[in-house]
Ligand binder design. Sequence first.
Ligand code: AMP
Length: 270
Amino acid sequence: MSASKEGRHVSGAERIVGHGEISAVMNSLVARAMEKGAMPDMITVKIEDLGNSPLRQLRALDVVTVSTPDPLAGRSCASRILQQAGVGAAAAIAAIRFLSNGAAPSGGNMRGAIIMDSRNGERLEPDRERGVRASRIDWAEETFKKMRRALADLGLTHYRTLEALALATKIAHAPGVLAELCWSDEPDYTAGYVASIRTGYVRFPFLKKKGDPIGGRVFFIDRANLDLEGFINYLQKEPVMIAEIGTCRDPLTPEEYFLSGRRDFRIFSS
Ligand code: AMP
């Protein structure tokens, strides 16, 4: 479902469902589009048959919040964690700069993500204005309920967290991906994350100032091990269902987070 007002996108959502559920789910998506503050003047619902594409089932990434007090501390911590996930310092810096300034060449937000060479920060997405959009991702119904409860126990009740966690889980499992960095373009939503198989979904309460309308996503790839066309096909076409929840840890200070990482490393290396 995609809803817009005066040509501007205001909300969107997608589901993967069985034939029997199509009407009910379509109604709930339309209801959701109309719940939004700005009543849309156009709502489009597209229904696609996934045919014989195998439905890949994944376990959600583990979730932890690092309680950085402000965007500066959040971005510096995010950069350090990206580097732990194998991203070079130059690429981490370039990504943060793009997301701070508006990553589209015309200066604003992109609708999709940047694909970035994790060694040197080079951009590889074919269309820099739009970026690439990951699609065909959903939660299995019971898993969704369990995950919603687990996040709510930590005070994370915003629907965006669940949506972003599902998307980040799909991206992290793509061959050749090292990590992802995201913060929202929604002015009042200041949280963001770094996600990777190695670190899980590491959330920061502030990666930008309240009121800032600029955000975006960067997928960092290992160029030596990436088939770009196959990667974009995976993002856009391969259906993924999140069928198992991951762990949710209590929030950590940056010091606690990096210390706990070192402890894990010692156990791992002994
Ligand atoms: P949001 O978290 O929805 O505010 O999205 C933040 C930014 O992530 C947007 O400005 C887009 O650049 C990018 N983005 C949103 N949805 C997707 C998606 N499905 N695939 C790739 N990038 C996305």
